[in-house]
Design a protein. Sequence first.
Length: 240
Amino acid sequence: MSALIAVHDLHVGYGKVEAISGINLEMRRGEIVTVIGPNGAGKTTLLAALMGLLPSTGQSRYEDQDLAVLTTEERVRKGMCLVPERRELFTEMSVGDNLMLGAYTRWRDRANVQQDLQSVYARFPRLAERRNQLAGTLSGGERQMLALGRALMAKPKLLLLDEPSLGLAPLMVREIFRIVMGLREFEVSILLVEQNARAALETADHAYVLETGNVVLSGPAAALMHDPRVMASYLGGTAN
């Protein structure tokens, strides 16, 4: 099976400072792939570059098409969707209106948009209960659910999730990762950037460890869970 997204020798910089230094990454359709690493490793930069929000060099292909020729909006229309770590909700708008904005590229298909809205409400009952409530009044966990629901309204093929557990209580973190795993039912592939390494590795099929802009380890997520270097640096274990 060909790769859904394939990255080769990707470089991304901020002025003269290189944040991503020639990394390679690949994921297949239907997979959950995670990128873990410390603050400042380049994880968020990687997602921004893939969405076309930052200039980059190297080669990135999505469904075997060169991403360099696609604008950010064209990437969205082809099924790529970013859920940023700050969630970037419209706080003065209702939950329902935020969800509908996720389907802005599909508004002409009103019947299917309404069907998908009901599907999102079924997946996130709390959003259904709060559909008329302002997004700015939601709890942190509810805001993350809304960000995920809004992304699903775009009918993505590839969901780029940036730190979905950021700022959430432990019980809500478990709930959010349970939801992320359940998104397979929507036939969505997920590239997950996350500092909670244990939760990310338990959720993902494949994992990359990013440090100072370089991939230092990669492999099946279950195997990396038991790698002494990952245990020592990210899981609170001891390398032997």
